[in-house]
Design a protein around this ligand. Sequence first.
Ligand code: NDP
Ligand code: OXD
Length: 309
Amino acid sequence: MTLLIKTDIERGNAWAEALAANYPELETVNWPYKGDPAKIDYALVWQPPEGELKRYPNLKAIFSVGAGIDHLASDPDLPEGVPVVRMVEPGLTAGMSEYVVWAVMNHHRFMLDYAAQRRAKVWEEIPQLPAEARQVGMLGLGVLGRDALDKLRPFGFHLAGWSRSPKSITGVTCFHGSGGLDEFLAETDILVCLLPLTPETTDILNRDTFAKLPAGAAVINVGRGGQLVEDDLLEALDSDHLSGATLDVFREEPLPEDHPFWEHPRVFMTPHIASMTVPESAVRAVVANIQRLESGEALQHVVDLKRGY
Ligand code: NDP
Ligand code: OXD
């Protein structure tokens, strides 16, 4: 059995080592692969070139290195009938929750204002609100959104969430579908986007969405850059309707040098590092799934390509 790895070299080596240690029967080869395409049974990939996966006639499953599968769904030549599995693993989930808790606190504790005061050498207290006075609203109640809400719960924020299908989560006011969005936004002071990128979620963080948030709200985007209409965000920040934004993902990555976000005092940015799959823990999920398929059981976390996640 052979698995093709396509990711950056360093991470590819970490995956190869982790797989060798956990599943010695599985041979791994790195992309670009010059051998016989018929030999490849599985692919573990991040952003493969379009059409690449169609080259392997005996592919049994495609594993995404990350949680998002938009890098695969956008391939018009993705081989038909081969299941695509998204990444669900504890290291990735824990990393995202750390980032979201930090970003929520960054806004809750007025850190963008204190950074501005520091630059201006101003020593001044800003009256602090208790966590109970704010609502954190999570767009996306999947594996990552739910864990981040769990980690935020002990601080005492009001928690709300929005998903496609109805949910019931203790301590979280749940909304769903386009009919539930306005009510969800109306009370949300700190909006976190942890949605997958699909045709329905593209551009969802736009002028209308921002206008429905209370004045002074903050926006955190850790989903995908294609969900944010960047000019609309700049307009909402510059008109002081929004108090700030923390952005980890962008329409174009790396962010172009002349992009206004670089210099904007109310934007905090990171280079798509909110969380990363940890090969040492993720390998167990991949190995367990391959063993499941090899013994005739159903794979876990297969995405619905028609739905886009
Ligand atoms: P899941 O598939 O577990 O959850 C997706 C959630 O989004 C579900 O609750 C789903 O609703 C909801 N959703 C999808 N489409 C819609 C829609 N049209 N309207 C309302 N809700 C919708 O994904 P994960 O939690 O594992 O990951 C989420 C995303 O986070 C990834 O796709 C990726 O883009 C991003 N990510 C970013 C990282 C970074 O470093 N910045 C790292 C890892 C992931 P329902 O429950 O009803 O199906
Ligand atoms: C992911 C990512 O989808 O890192 O896992 O963006």
